[in-house]
Design a protein around this ligand. Structure first.
Ligand code: PLP
Ligand code: SF4
Length: 350
């Protein structure tokens, strides 16, 4: 059997035919700053003959990452300002992020936490830090939901995941446990019976927010992995990032959102790209984003509509930015734009 190994370096990328030897020096510089990894499933998916392949663009490092725009920052969404104990980010009263691990099976070139993830990143919480995080969640009865993110929490072994679920199962005010992950897409075989069993916790509802940005990521293997999760009673939602050269087109996004719905993954968020360092080549403007999202409205079912979201820089939380259809005209009156571009007064003028 031909065992395909994960790609973790510029050398590996060259051997896999994913980068040209002429780019080596620049890419070594990129890789020294930001972690590089592709799983075999993702490497296989890349069309080597297409210089604009949307999968390659998400995962293969690019010399453009060495250009830092003035508005970019190391902690673009301000996690640090809201971290009461190591591994916890507590911005909203009813929910916390639990960042148990800062490793991912792939490293997205646009990652908003690119300064914190990877082999040189913040590492994995040790047993004492983990216990302190659980104690923090336990001490605040308002915490209704725990969101495991990172890093990618599903890189953990089934045994470790089982331990985390067991600890959370013992905290009665926590009702929802949510995982943010790319694993069902980038390493679908990891979603096996042992992992699914580990994600069960008595009395808790488990959600998985699946990160994917292009319909080609939803391969038959990825779809089967999602089906195993949903069949096991785990609810799934989607999370995508609006990225120039990947999905900044209503047709491309419509295909992705419809595919999510077809595999029982409810479209949840479409993120405007964050101001992470070296990612300006991925950014569309807010205005372009609003136009793309408005074009989805009339084109596809309401089931397929994600909310277009901006993580406000500085730790101020998320804001919906697809509200461009409603323009205030004063005195509680608005102009509402329908999906064809027609304008209407609200409340209606008779
Ligand atoms: C994004 C985020 C959440 C989750 O927000 P939802 O709108 O519930 O998906 C929770 N806490 C922090 C700190 C976040 O950045
Ligand atoms: S999987 Fe998430 S945390 Fe990991 S590199 Fe991609 S965006 Fe960043």
């Amino acid at each position: 059997m031909n065992v395909v190994k994960p790609i973790k370096s510029v050398d590996d990328l060259m051997k896999a035919g994913l980068v040209a030897p002429a780019d080596r020096v620049a890419l070594e510089e990129v890789a020294a700053r930001y972690a590089v990894a592709l799983t075999p499933a993702i490497s296989k998916l890349i069309d080597r003959a297409d210089p604009d392949d949307p999968i390659a663009r998400q995962f293969v490092p690019d010399a453009a990452e060495l250009t830092i725009a003035p508005e970019e920052r190391a902690d673009p969404i301000g996690d640090h300002a809201h971290s009461p104990v190591e591994g916890i980010v507590h911005r909203y009263p009813d929910r916390v992020l639990l960042k148990a691990v800062h490793v991912c099976p792939v490293y997205c070139r646009f990652c908003f936490r690119r300064e914190m993830v990877g082999p040189q990143g913040l590492g994995t919480l040790d047993a004492a830090a983990m216990q302190a995080a659980f104690d923090y969640i336990h001490s605040d009865e308002e915490i209704w939901e725990v969101i495991l993110t990172g890093g990618d929490p599903l890189v953990l072994s089934s045994r470790r995941l089982g331990e985390i679920m067991e600890a959370l199962a013992g905290i009665t005010h926590v009702k929802i446990i949510r995982f943010h992950t790319r694993v069902p897409v980038v390493d679908p075989e990891k979603i096996d019976a042992a992992l699914i069993a580990a994600l069960k916790a008595s009395g808790k509802t488990v959600y998985i927010a699946l990160h994917a940005n292009h319909v080609r990521e939803l391969t038959p293997e990825a779809r089967a992995a999602c089906a195993r999760l949903v069949d096991a009673g785990i609810a799934m939602v989607s999370q995508s990032v609006l990225l120039k050269g990947v999905n900044d087109d209503p047709d491309v996004l419509a295909k992705l959102m419809k595919a999510f719905v077809e595999i029982r993954v409810k479209p949840y968020y479409l993120h405007h790209p964050d101001l992470a360092p070296g990612t300006s080549h991925f950014r569309v403007t807010i205005e372009e984003g609003q136009e793309i999202v408005a074009a989805l409205r009339g084109r596809i079912s309401g089931l397929c509509q994600p909310a277009y979201i901006l993580d406000i820089p500085g730790g101020h939380g998320k804001a919906v930015i697809s509200g461009s259809a409603m323009r205030a005209t004063g005195d509680g009156c608005y102009t509402v734009t329908d999906y064809r571009g027609g304008e209407h007064s609200y409340p209606p003028a008779d």
